[in-house]
Design a protein around this ligand. Structure first.
Ligand SMILES: O=P(O)(O)OC[C@H]1O[C@H](OP(=O)(O)OP(=O)(O)O)[C@H](O)[C@@H]1O
Ligand SMILES: Nc1ncnc2[nH]cnc12
Length: 181
């Protein structure tokens, strides 16, 4: 069998993503990326789809920034695939040295993100990756942090987007989701 098309790879990945009603709180439908990652083909297809998208839309990207914690599944993966560096935005208190911080709201609570000032060089071109866009609070905070240390946000790239929460309306950069619910 030859290589699957992008659409077929996407259908395959989508079929492996878990769905849990009322987790972690009543009324939330939790979309579980880990359900897909136990499947070897889904891992390869996710890498192919995300890397292909970045090669087309952001060929001059220099750094992939992943969000704590599920974004870390993709930042090193994409950096090694694309030959860029990668960096981590982490929840408060986890990063050493001088950090910048932003508090943010999400679908089921609030938190603070931090980024090391040394992680990004002024003017460096960045793609931010995460598993999922819900209310957009996390990616809004991430774009603010990248810009605070002088980075240029080319795009926010997620595997899944929850359209009903209209998170992308909060964001003033390009946003791309492989799968929309
Ligand atoms: O668009 P938003 O409403 O901001 O929500 C999306 C964020 O929520 C989840 O992370 P969570 O904060 O639950 O942390 P985790 O990845 O450590 O589970 C998800 O992985 C995104 O980062
Ligand atoms: N519905 C959801 N499923 C998975 N992760 C999330 N993060 C925020 N909302 C989420």
């Amino acid at each position: 069998m030859g290589e699957l098309s992008g659409a077929d790879k996407l259908d395959y990945v989508k079929s492996k993503i878990g769905e849990y009603v009322d987790f972690p709180k009543k009324g939330i439908v939790f979309r579980d990326i880990f359900g897909a990652l136990t499947d070897g083909k889904a891992c390869v297809y996710l890498r192919d789809l995300l890397a292909h998208h970045i090669r087309i839309t952001c060929p001059d990207v220099e750094l992939i920034v992943g969000l704590d914690s599920r974004g870390f599944l993709f930042n090193l993966l994409l950096a090694t695939e694309l030959g860029t560096g990668c960096a981590a935005i982490r929840k408060k208190g986890k990063l050493a040295g001088e950090v910048v911080a932003v508090e943010y709201q999400l679908e089921y609570g609030s938190d603070t993100f931090e980024l090391q000032r040394s992680a990004i060089k002024p003017g460096q071109r960045v793609v931010i990756v995460d598993d999922l866009l819900a209310t957009g609070g996390s990616l809004l905070a991430a774009t603010a942090l990248v810009r605070k240390v002088g980075g240029v946000v080319l795009e926010c790239l997620v595997v899944m987007e929850l359209l009903g929460l209209e998170g992308r309306k909060k964001l003033d950069c390009n946003v791309h989701a492989l799968i929309k619910y």
